[in-house]
Design a protein around this ligand. Structure first.
Ligand SMILES: [Zn+2]
Length: 319
């Protein structure tokens, strides 16, 4: 029987999944990434975890057909190189070759958002659609496009950084160095930041009862959702504004790529209709009718397993 390993490598945790040939997860192991110990050490512990998965599940190593991995940062999937990652310390590091040396199976690597969206498009909420645009809303926002089963990369494998499109009227400094990027608003971080700034400006809100100046830094997008559900005006305004900003950014992407389906994943997608209702309205308002009529917008299905399933599916597609 054929088995595959999918790895979702994050700055905090590494999740390794063992999958059968139909891409069902048989077992999973989650361990701390310990990125500060260096790239060689990350690879050594990944290889150990793969061996552990095989042993624990009585799988012979000859039955393992390949390993796929999603990693944050700029990745060159053709050469298997981690070009740059602030979280993991990749700097032109031969990730695939090193892991292949220690496991003796082919290793594929790509950017983590691409792997998540690839998983959703083939095995998750986007299945059955030929042209899928996927986004992840978390600390930031990023996108990937799968068209006819193929990922779109662009020059330098850098396509998809939708979070760094500057938006009219937004003045927040972004971590990328630009000002007014979409992700300073449309992300979990952006939602929390808007609420905090309004409170500091003296706005009255339930959130002001829940957080004082000492605890304000702990206010999250989830708190804004809770206040929204209690009918809080500020929380409603923040969600409305965020949803509309997201919709404007996505409208441009829809016109450019003409997807049949948009899949929305990541932690901030849990805001659900609070965010999606104004977002949908804004997309519809800003695209030609023909794009809107064929468009399905859905929340991601694979949630925490999207990266693992996507990476393994990607490895199988390249085998
Ligand atoms: Zn930016």
């Amino acid at each position: 029987m054929n088995y595959w390993v999918g790895i979702d490598l994050g700055g905090t945790n590494m999740v390794c999944g063992l999958l059968d040939d139909q891409m069902n997860i048989v077992a999973k192991l989650k361990k701390p990434t310990l990125a500060s110990q260096g790239s060689d050490d990350i690879i050594r512990r990944l290889a150990e975890t793969v061996h552990e998965l095989l042993e624990q599940n009585n799988i012979h190593k000859n039955d393992l057909q390949g390993i796929g991995m999603g990693s944050p940062g700029f990745i060159n999937p053709d050469l298997g190189i981690g070009v740059f990652s602030a979280n993991l310390g990749w700097k032109d590091y031969p990730v695939a070759a090193r892991l292949q040396e220690l496991t003796n199976v082919p290793v594929s690597i790509d950017n983590d958002v691409r792997m998540y969206v690839y998983g959703e498009s083939i095995q998750g909420a986007g299945r059955g659609h030929k042209h899928v645009l996927g986004i992840t809303l978390g600390t930031g926002i990023a996108a990937a496009v799968v068209s006819n089963g193929q990922l779109f990369y662009g020059g330098g494998y850098m396509a998809g950084e939708i979070g760094h499109i500057p938006m009219d009227g937004v003045t927040a400094q972004c971590g990328c160095g630009l000002v007014g990027c979409l992700e300073t608003v449309a992300s979990a971080t952006g939602i929390a930041r808007q609420a905090r700034e309004a409170l500091l400006d003296g706005r009255t809100s339930l959130l002001g009862d829940w957080f004082d100046s000492d605890s304000l830094a702990r206010l999250t997008a989830t708190d804004v959702s809770k206040a929204y559900d209690e009918g809080d005006e500020l929380a409603k305004e923040v969600m409305e504004y965020t949803g509309r900003a997201l919709g404007k950014g996505l409208a441009a992407a829809v016109t450019l790529f003409s997807p049949d389906c948009i899949v929305i994943g990541g932690g901030a997608a849990l805001a659900g209709e609070r965010l999606f209702a104004p977002m949908r309205e804004e997309i519809q308002k800003n695209v030609i009718a023909g794009y809107w009529e064929k468009l399905t917008i859905v929340r991601g299905e694979l949630i925490d397993d999207g990266g693992v399933i996507g990476s393994a599916t990607f490895a199988k597609s390249r085998a």
